[in-house]
Design a protein around this ligand. Structure first.
Ligand code: 13P
Length: 212
């Protein structure tokens, strides 16, 4: 995709997320790699409902701000993710309600906060490790994300929300939507217990559908 098309796509997909309640106020940030190097990220304190393709923040491959409005305070985390996982083309960070609720639960499994309850969760994300709590924008958060990114396409920031990647921004958003739906199902099922996919069912999905 051209840079112009990527800018338009980011604005349209952010608006769709905003209208469906995945992001409100100035919460969350999106980014995508640019064909000429570097990446676009949403400006800090911007609403997903009213982004402008012309004023998105542009950073070079070293994370230097080169054009557009002041970048998200999480741009360092996005850069760290791109550096650690070269196949990633887009990244989504949300404060979506169900995943953020899960991120505040006691006793989460650090290596996987959401059990394998549906095939699409396993196919699109696989495992969702928990990143310890850091202040938003903290460089420690970027370091913790970078350490997990080589082996995980998504992670849950404790008491904060998800960070989800994909081969493109569109795939990252689809993965984040699937993850939010899985978290909602998990919270509905929590009082009742749930049947999980077996190891052989998971292995079959992993063999058939490879993740970026
Ligand atoms: P920005 O407005 O700086 O992108 O921060 C929003 C956010 O979600 C922080 O985690």
């Amino acid at each position: 995709m051209t840079e112009t098309a990527l800018r338009e796509q980011m604005v349209q997909m952010a608006h769709s997320l905003f209208m469906r309640g995945y992001s409100s106020g100035g919460a969350g940030n999106l980014s995508c790699r640019l064909p000429e190097g570097g990446f676009l990220v949403t400006p800090t304190n911007s609403s997903f409902g009213t982004l402008d393709p012309a004023t998105l923040s542009q950073l070079d491959a070293q994370g230097e701000h080169i054009a557009g409005e002041r970048p998200s305070k999480e741009a360092v985390m996005h850069l760290a993710f791109y550096r650690s996982r070269p196949t990633v083309g887009g990244i989504v960070h949300l404060h979506s309600p169900a995943l953020t609720a899960v991120s505040c639960l006691p006793g989460l499994k650090v290596d996987n906060c959401l059990p394998p309850i549906t095939p699409y969760y396993v196919m699109r994300v696989g495992k969702l490790p928990l990143v310890p709590y850091y202040r938003p924008g903290d460089s420690g958060l970027a370091e913790a994300v970078a350490a997990l990114a080589p082996t995980h396409s998504a992670m849950l920031l404790a008491n904060h929300g998800p960070v989800v990647s994909g081969g493109s921004l569109r795939e990252a958003i689809y993965n984040a939507e699937e993850l939010e739906d899985t978290a909602r199902l998990f919270l509905i099922l929590l009082p009742h217990g749930m049947v999980m996919l077996t190891d052989s069912q998971i292995a079959d999905l992993e063999k058939t559908f490879k993740k970026s």
